[in-house]
Design a protein around this ligand. Structure first.
Ligand code: COA
Length: 259
């Protein structure tokens, strides 16, 4: 069985972490196959939004595969220390400007939580729980520690990162981690509804706006606006930027093509 299932339907890519017997823990196969999915999603003009979820009814992902941990560390050590590894996967900064949604229906821990923090939206069910248990194992969280404060603020992030206890969906929502909490078993359907809504917007406008929002956290304000205004010119030159106003004038739904 593949460690990750990948399907594309009606402009939506469905990525399913598929190791339910190990609560969808990240082993080497899952890492590798997940990266392949993100690259395909990024490069395929026919898919506009991705949803990532976990197989089974117990977990989004329980984090790094603790049983394979020695091996994963060995792989990392074998690489040169000077090889920067930003962008190796979505968590560590692979640039994907199409919107991404994590549908969380169970445990969302460690690397699983980091993956969800790397998505634009997190929709969780009432049975979801969240945590960075790494410190309980004597292991440091790096990418999760770099990502969490940007989403939930430093205080909430440090609660998750340094205490290591799990919090429930209600507490995660209060922290600002979640867009929405839905009944058990309904996270994927709610994510699909959001994805369909996103697909009704001009996809180039969505990607441009996401890129400006994300990059503006990394560069000074003036540079962000200047870069964004340049990207705006590209979007304004697209067929979609003519179609949107025309559809408005004709009082009909726009038919965006991503061109
Ligand atoms: N890596 C590898 N296997 C894992 C795993 C992980 N991170 N998390 C769960 N599993 C496996 C369990 O070993 C078990 O398989 P087994 O029956 O073959 O031993 C199966 O998934 C079910 O997990 P189990 O522990 O029996 O379920 P539970 O409901 O009692 O507990 C958790 C669920 C998530 C609380 C518990 O599994 C756990 O603490 N997992 C480790 C989480 C973690 O530390 N992740 C971060 C690593 S950096």
């Amino acid at each position: 069985m593949p460690a990750v299932l990948y399907e594309k339907r009606d402009r939506i890519a469905y990525i399913t972490l598929n190791r339910p017997e190990a609560l969808n823990a990240f082993n080497r196969d899952l890492h590798r196959e997940l990266n392949e999915c993100w690259l395909d999603f990024r490069d395929d003009d026919d898919v506009w939004v991705a949803i990532v979820s976990g197989a089974g009814d117990r977990a989004f992902s329980a984090g790094a595969d603790v049983k394979e941990m020695g091996q994963l560390q060995a792989d990392r050590v074998r690489r040169s220390f000077w090889e920067t590894w930003f962008g190796h996967n979505l968590q560590s900064g692979l640039e994907v400007w199409k919107p991404t949604i994590a549908a969380i229906d169970g445990y969302c821990l460690g690397e699983g939580l980091t993956l969800s923090l790397s998505c634009d939206f997190r929709i969780a069910s009432e049975r979801a729980s969240f945590g960075f248990p790494e410190v309980n194992l004597g292991i440091a969280t790096i990418v999760g520690a770099a990502r969490a404060p940007r989403v939930v603020g430093l205080g909430n992030a440090l609660e998750l990162l340094l205490v290591g206890d799990r919090v429930d969906a209600r507490r995660a929502y209060e922290m600002g981690l979640l867009m929405r909490v839905v009944p058990a078993g309904e996270a994927l359907a709610a994510a699909e509804t959001l994805a369909q809504r996103l697909c009704r917007n001009g996809p180039l406008a969505v990607r441009c706006t996401k890129e400006v929002a994300v990059r503006s956290l990394q560069v000074p304000f003036g540079e962000a606006v200047r870069m964004g205004e340049s990207l705006r010119r590209l979007v304004m030159a697209s067929e979609d930027a003519r179609e949107g106003p025309q559809a408005f004038r004709e009082k009909r739904e726009a038919r965006f093509q991503g061109r």
